[in-house]
Each structure stands twice: as structure tokens, then as C-alpha cells.
Design a binder for this molecule. Sequence first.
Ligand SMILES: [Zn+2]
Length: 280
Amino acid sequence: MAGPTPGVSRRTLFRGTAAGIAVVGGSLAVAPPAYASNFYNPFAGRPISDGWQAHLNRGSLGGIDYPMPVGTNLPACGGGSIQNIPNNGTGGHTVTIHHPNGYRSQYMHLSAFVLGNGAVVGAGAVVGRSGGAAGAPGSGSSTGPHVHWHMINPSGQRINPLDYLAGLGGGGRLPKTSTAQDGIPGTIFWKRAQNWLRIEAGYTGPIDGVPGVNTYAAMQRELRDHHGYTGPIDGVPGVNTWAALQRLASRYGYTGPIDGVMGPNSWRGVARFLNEDRWD
Ligand SMILES: [Zn+2]
């Protein structure tokens, strides 16, 4: 493969990235209205190859480009209804999420749509798969695997999604979990856990705070790699899984037994870890 060439967009450097298509977590086309206005950055923690200004500088109306292997699941940044636009000019296959507040989000250069038009989704639901390989169907003008993301305000003007998220309470970041105080894991605790596992262990399901087999399997992978878990990666946590999680908690102030029985102090230790800014 040729090395970097002057004048070539950085995203080109990611051309040829191995495709790693993971199992889609969560069910499709199910509407959890509770998350309808719950915006977040589903690509946080990934490098940006072309930022907003770089887009404007080359004549684009604006966007943020995140390199990722072709076939990566694209979670919705916020709830809404789905509109698929095949071969949308230079944008290629484009999925639009119509948010209930009048804003829209668009992901471009998709390799695949996964939902039907009109499907209603919550934040974190997978709404398509990334593409962008040069010349591939749906890539439009893209020259290397990535997703392009921008938002459109109710006036029809394209806006920077990162500015939009920054303008929301909490800046579009996940709030800290109160589990660090009360020792009771709830939705926020598990959203933060899913975000941790998304960044560290290849979790690709929704950030919905409802742990399922995919969440637990990713947790087992992470515990195997860093906390001595030696059991199966089956997504069904048992005593060995929880004991490994207690070992993680023991690095964050948990001083109780490593017995695989999670109590409030075990959860508090895990919560102190999850409350680190890097999992926001
Ligand atoms: Zn772009």
C-alpha cells in the first residue's frame, strides 16, 4: 500500500482498513420513547480525520469524518424516525434521523441501510453500517472508509453536531452515575458501562442502559484481558464474571471480598471507575 501523499485527505490513509463486522446488538425498529431527546456522540473516543473547518476549507457544507472499518455499526446520536436516501450525490448512501425537536442528523457514505423508512429508533440504535471505500456502492465521493456526520437545524442549515451537543446540558456527554453514592446500578451506570465497553472492548450494541448478552459478553472480554477472568465469553455473567468485576472495583477503592457476589460496595467501586471522564 502506498504511503501518505501530500494533498491527500487524511481519511485516505485509512483506505484498506480491515473490515470487522460485528453482531448488531439490540433489536431493530423498536421505539423506546424515553430516549427520544437523549442526544450523545456515538463516535466519541474515535479519531477525527476531517473536522468541521477542514470540510468548509475544501468547499463542503460541513461535517465531521470518523475513520472506521467498512461495516461498522452506526448508532443513532439521538432518537427519531429514519429516512434512507440511496446514492445521495457526493454523500452516497445517506441515512437521515428526523429528531422530534425538528433537527436532523445525517450519516453519509454508508455501505448498508439496516432499517426501513419511517422506523422510529432511540438514541444508540444501529441505523446503518459505515462504508466509504473508494468506488464502492454507496460511497459517493469518499476516498476511504469513514462515516461523515452532520446535523441540520430546523431552518434547514447544516450545523456542527459537536457544537450542538456542546450546547446541550451536559454537552452531550453521559452524566455521572449516582451508583458511586447509593451502590445501586441503574440506567446511567449501565450506559456508562456500555460506553466503556464500546471504546475498550468492541461493544457495538445500543447505549441504552439496558445490559443484555452483548453488553455482558463485551464485559467478559474486557475482564478477561485486564482482570483475570478465565470463564466463557457467553454473555451470561456468573460468579467468575462478577469476581473479575470485583477485582476491577478493588482498584477503585473496593475493599470487600472477591467472592463473585456483587453488593453495594462492589457496585460503588465499579461506579467510581465508570465515572471517570474518559467514559463520558
Ligand atoms: Zn465528510
